[in-house]
Design a protein around this ligand. Structure first.
Ligand code: GLV
Length: 329
């Protein structure tokens, strides 16, 4: 008998077709998100779960899923999943690294350019019929080219952002939990600095660290105060790495110049304070959202899940120690 898998959200048909070769698939192409209780009910007799970052896979859900063997997240970040709890139950967890690096870097760059050149402000100005003519000092922005870019989190996405920055003749500095290998620094043309040096020097700061208890509110009032008053902050990684209330205060009081945001604490209910501000460009968590990339993410998750349930090590296993705990338990 084929293993039973639950897909929690709408995906591209090719991912479902692929999974159907290996599994008995229950999809949700209507894309009405399941409540935790509804998902728990669906998982009662399922071996596989393909989920999104909107789904919380925690100990309570796992308790309702006695047969679960694999969880394939359709995202590179997996802070929605309690990985230690999965590992303790011998459940494999996978993510979708690689396929979304370029698209996510593009979006971070788009937010940087849009905030620097005030694209959303000027677009509303035109749409409101307020443009009456050209003026030398009209809508002055700041230059991205030749500016200093500080990247916090020099993983795969941070590295491709650095590659783009080279094309804009930017100076790239970075901070990472661990300094990256010399050849990566050379390829990215990026110089390792302390966080305080980064805050003091960067004209633009792009956040690319993953969300975890350790990075929760890593950018708060204290850190914002260390940035240049002309600095622009871009967060296209995860809500929660920035203290949104502190950011709204900083943007309202000239502590920093502007921000470009794709992610928020408690999204999709972002703090209403952001909506009052002109110096913030807002996007609805679309970092990886191009058709090609989202299709590739769904297919990557499908391949991970099929492999995991077929006894093959899935390409993007995030908890390789899951077997050990299975043997122990
Ligand atoms: C998107 O936010 C992802 O983690 O893939």
């Amino acid at each position: 008998m084929k293993p039973k898998v639950i897909i929690t959200r709408e995906v591209f048909d090719d991912a479902i077709d692929y999974l159907k070769h290996y599994c008995d698939v229950a999809d949700n192409q209507a894309d009405v998100p399941y409540t935790p209780e509804a998902l728990a009910g669906k998982l009662a007799n399922a071996q596989g779960l393909m989920c999104a970052l909107t789904d919380r896979v925690d100990a309570a859900l796992l308790a309702a899923a006695p047969q679960l063997k694999a969880v394939a997240n359709i995202a590179v970040g997996y802070n929605n999943i309690d990985v230690p709890a999965c590992t303790a139950r011998g459940i494999q967890v996978t993510n979708t690294p690689g396929v979304l690096d370029d698209s996510t870097a593009d979006l971070a760059f788009a937010l940087m350019l849009a905030t620097a050149r005030r694209i959303t402000e000027v677009e509303s100005y035109i749409r409101n019929g307020e443009w009456t003519g050209w003026k030398l000092k009209q809508w002055l922005g700041v230059d991205v080219h030749h500016a200093t870019l500080g990247i916090i989190g020099m993983g795969r996405i941070g590295q491709v952002i650095a590659k783009r920055a080279a094309g804009f003749d930017m100076k790239v500095i970075y901070h990472n939990r661990k300094r990256v290998a010399a050849e990566i620094e050379a390829r990215a043309q990026a110089v390792y600095v302390s966080l305080d040096e980064l805050f003091a020097q960067a004209d633009f700061i792009i956040l690319q660290m993953p969300y975890s208890p350790q990075t929760h509110h890593m950018i708060g009032a204290k850190e914002l105060a260390k940035m240049k008053s002309s600095a622009i902050l871009i967060n296209a990684t995860r809500g929660g790495v920035v203290d949104d209330k502190a950011l709204i205060h900083a943007l309202s009081n000239g502590v920093i110049r502007a921000a470009g945001l794709d992610v928020y604490e408690g999204e999709p209910k972002l703090d209403a304070g952001f909506l009052q501000l002109k110096n913030v460009v807002l996007a609805p968590h679309i970092g990886s959202s191009t058709e090609a990339t989202r299709r590739a993410m769904a297919m990557t998750a499908a391949k991970n899940l099929a492999a995991a349930l077929s006894g093959i090590v899935p390409p993007n296993l995030v908890n390789p120690d899951f077997r050990r705990s299975e043997v122990i338990s």
